[in-house]
Design a protein around this ligand. Structure first.
Ligand code: ZN
Ligand code: ZN
Length: 91
């Protein structure tokens, strides 16, 4: 079964709170796009290979959230979806 990340595919927004202050984290990917520094998605793909997270077999996608309050980045693990999940009336 094919898995895909709902955030990378624009189907869901990151909705994680900062573990430090509880503020809603911004999607740092969008932040980097805005500043045009580099593509964080490329870095996430590379990180999948050697960061020790078993995200490949767990079907998880690593994102980077930015807390505007703490001025700090946090890694957000997004559980990937399957096409079957989209077909279910779960909402
Ligand atoms: Zn993703
Ligand atoms: Zn914070």
């Amino acid at each position: 079964m094919k898995h895909f990340c709902p955030v990378c595919n624009g189907l869901a927004a990151l909705a994680n709170d900062c573990p430090r202050c509880g503020q809603l984290l911004s999607d740092a990917g969008k932040l980097y796009d805005f500043y045009g520094a580099y593509s964080p998605y490329r870095e996430i793909d590379d990180a999948k290979l050697d960061n020790g997270y078993p995200d490949r077999q767990n079907h998880q996608c690593l994102h980077t959230g930015w807390c505007p309050q703490c001025q700090e980045e946090h890694t957000i693990i997004v559980q990937e979806w399957t096409p079957a999940m989209l077909a279910q009336p779960f909402m």
